[in-house]
Design a binder for this molecule. Structure first.
Ligand SMILES: Cc1cc2nc3c(=O)[nH]c(=O)nc-3n(C[C@H](O)[C@H](O)[C@H](O)COP(=O)(O)O)c2cc1C
Length: 377
């Protein structure tokens, strides 16, 4: 499948599969254990149907909204994702530019392959910074200071990765960052010539926010050595004091955790299971949304993240109480299929779908989309 022929996110997935090295595609596409949560993240949207309204007169809907005080032209932001230069040599520049072009927020991962400073200067669009908590707390503070200085305005604290999930595709492929080249990798490299040429003629891939050059490590080994699995609520409160700006707790599925997050001072909650890459059989975020919406106050904003591939998925999440949604694989498939152009195509596909689906639904504004549009199966 070629990029120019792609009309939906599944087509972009096929195009990514064609262009990218197998271990790279599987790293993007895969999940933990039996990938039950990965599958359920998308299929759970089928548990709800959209009860559209007729003769509403909507012909030019307004897709804009605000999240944490940030005005956005679309009701979605880009979820953080690590190591984008592995997928395409344009790396994190691709989705950052896609977000700027479509008028929304880009979130840069701690483990990005383009640095905080380089993304800071590459885009004038709104930028948020995703944090993992390092054993070395000096490094945590240093990263937050760098993010502030580079124009990142909100902190996304990801807490569903105390250790790396059991991603068996990566184990089978011998996946490491930076890539380690063995017979299996060479064989797959020959089947992905465009990816391979880019890889060979681009600067070495590394975690760009870390000063020491890292040697090839599996994600499990890297995370176990560097990140703090013992990080707890007291530490989260300490961290809130280190960041004077909006904060989002990412990776919540339980209402009691959401209540606690609100109490300690997070402004928003990302209802997420890390795209099915961590605890398999954890529930789909869309199914956790209503209990969390009921548990927290209206001032706590909710972002649903996981399995969003269609405009209708976005509308369902908003109707059930999300302030906005976010996604990673859709833009990563686009990036892997065709760099910045592919990343832009992915967000345009979802933006255009939301526009079409709001007309079909009979909703003029994002705030018009309420629970009355949902029929549970
Ligand atoms: C390849 C890949 C890398 C990711 N890296 C990170 C990361 O570094 N930090 C983080 O908080 N989430 C990371 N995520 C999770 C995403 O932010 C998001 O929660 C998840 O992918 C949403 O599901 P979706 O891909 O179905 O949209 C990653 C996801 C993918 C697919």
């Amino acid at each position: 499948m070629k990029l120019k022929n792609c009309i939906n996110i599944n087509d972009l997935r096929e195009a990514a599969k064609t262009r990218a090295h197998k271990m790279v595609f599987d790293y993007i596409d895969g999940g933990a254990d039996d990938e039950k949560t990965l599958a359920r993240n998308s299929s759970a949207f089928d548990d709800y149907e959209l009860l559209y309204r007729v003769l509403s007169g909507v012909n030019s809907p307004d897709l804009s909204t605000t999240l944490l005080g940030q005005k956005m032209d679309v009701p979605f932001i880009l979820s953080p994702s690590a190591g984008n230069r592995l997928f395409h040599t344009e790396g994190e520049y691709g989705p950052a530019k896609a977000a700027e072009k479509i008028g929304t927020v880009y979130s840069l991962a701690t483990l990005s392959s383009v640095s905080i400073e380089d993304i800071g200067t590459a885009t004038n669009g709104p930028k948020w910074f995703q944090l993992y908590v390092w054993k070395d707390r000096g490094l945590v503070k240093e990263m937050l200071d760098r993010a502030k200085a580079a124009g990142f305005t909100a902190m996304f604290l990801t807490v569903d990765l105390p250790i790396a999930g059991n991603r068996e595709r990566d184990l089978k492929n011998g996946f490491t960052i930076p890539p380690k080249i063995g017979p299996k990798q060479i064989w797959h490299a020959l089947n992905a010539p465009h990816w391979t040429m880019d890889y060979l003629f681009s600067p070495a891939i590394r975690y760009a926010n870390l000063s020491s050059a890292s040697t090839a490590a599996t994600l499990n080994d890297f995370v176990a050595a560097q990140l703090d699995a013992g990080f707890n609520w007291d530490d989260a409160e300490w961290l809130l004091g280190e960041w004077n700006g909006p904060t989002i707790l990412k990776g919540v599925v339980r209402a009691d955790d959401a209540i606690r997050a609100e109490r300690v001072g997070f402004n928003a909650i990302s209802i997420s299971n890390h795209g099915g890459r961590q605890l398999d059989t954890s529930p789909a975020p869309i199914s956790c949304l209503e209990p969390i919406r009921e548990a927290v106050s209206d001032k706590t904003e909710l972002i649903v993240d996981g399995g969003i591939r269609r405009g209708t998925d976005v509308l369902k999440a908003i109707a059930m109480g999300a302030n906005a949604v976010s996604f990673a694989r859709p833009y990563l498939y686009g990036l892997a299929a065709g760099g910045t152009e592919g990343a832009i195509k992915s967000v345009e596909i979802i933006r255009d779908a939301i526009n079409r689906d709001m007309i079909l639904l009979g909703a003029q504004k994002i705030t018009d989309i309420d629970r009355s549009f949902i029929k549970s199966i």
